[in-house]
Write a protein that binds this ligand. Structure first.
Ligand code: 13P
Length: 263
């Protein structure tokens, strides 16, 4: 009888800095503080997604090789006369390996499921790893929100070859939990666990159980040190996408410490 047990994957802790901080000097301070300790978190993968305009400088500001970098969005086209947009090639050329697409804050600014799909396609073609966000605005007792999430997943993954899946991470971020303190949002472990099962079921039905089990599914929305353990253990998330707590070095380092010790 085989005694082989697949070792649990490292939790992936991602910081999404959104439009903060205002000053490059402050961004450098944050990265320097995180970078000094990053090497000690051997059991965690760390990705920081600062404002793209800071990326090159921040990469230079830390010698930590532990930190991987990501962008918060990208254009829908590889090349175009598109004032203000950032192509996947551009973010890649300044060190980003990851790109977030379909964040609810971008969806609120007009990114439809179709646009999200196109952004995924161009980013994947450029060799980036995509973090695609899904999430419902509100929950209803009939479970209609599950249909919305299903539609987001279908749009992102319909017809997608298995070979692309290893470079796609799914982040479940319910809008009702984003931007609040952990206490205020009061997300329950069952809220997260249910969605982890839902996402894996989606993949199991299309690609089989083994492929579904390998998917990396993150949770995001009001993750702070106080609820990190719950998210990763009772919530069964493979990691977390952190907003406000990711630009407070002491909070982010606490989150990394807890994730590093996940049992
Ligand atoms: P908060 O952690 O601030 O709730 O933000 C979550 C988020 O939107 C990460 O992408």
């Amino acid at each position: 009888m085989s005694t082989h047990v697949t070792p649990p994957r490292k939790p992936l802790i991602m910081g999404n800095w959104k439009m903060k901080p205002a000053l490059l000097a402050d961004a450098k301070t944050i990265v320097t503080k995180i970078g000094k300790q990053a090497g000690s978190f051997r059991n965690v993968d760390i990705v920081l997604c600062p404002p793209a305009v800071f990326l090159s400088e921040l990469k230079r500001a830390t010698t930590s090789r532990k930190i991987m970098w990501g962008a918060q969005d990208c254009a829908t086209r590889r090349e175009a006369s598109e004032t203000g947009s950032l192509s996947p090639a551009q973010v890649k050329s300044v060190g980003a390996k990851y790109v977030i697409v379909g964040h609810s804050e971008r969806r609120a600014l007009g990114d439809t499921d179709e646009i999200v799909r196109t952004k995924m396609d161009v980013a994947l073609a450029e060799g980036l790893t995509v973090v695609v966000c899904i999430g419902e605005r509100v929950r209803d007792t009939r479970g209609d929100y599950l249909q919305l999430l299903n539609a987001q997943l279908i749009s992102a993954f319909k017809g997608r070859p298995r070979t692309e899946l290893d470079r796609i991470i799914i982040a479940y971020e319910p809008l009702w939990a984003i931007g609040k303190s952990a206490k205020e949002a009061n997300v329950q472990p069952g809220d997260i666990h249910e969605m982890m099962i839902f996402v894996r079921k989606f993949f199991a039905e299309r690609y089989g159980k083994a492929i579904a089990d390998e998917r990396v599914v993150l949770y995001g929305g009001s993750v702070e040190p106080v609820n990190t353990r719950m998210v990763l253990t009772q919530g069964h998330a493979d990691g977390a996408l952190i907003g406000h707590a990711s630009i407070v070095p002491s909070d982010f380092l606490s989150i990394l410490t807890i994730a590093n010790e996940r049992t």
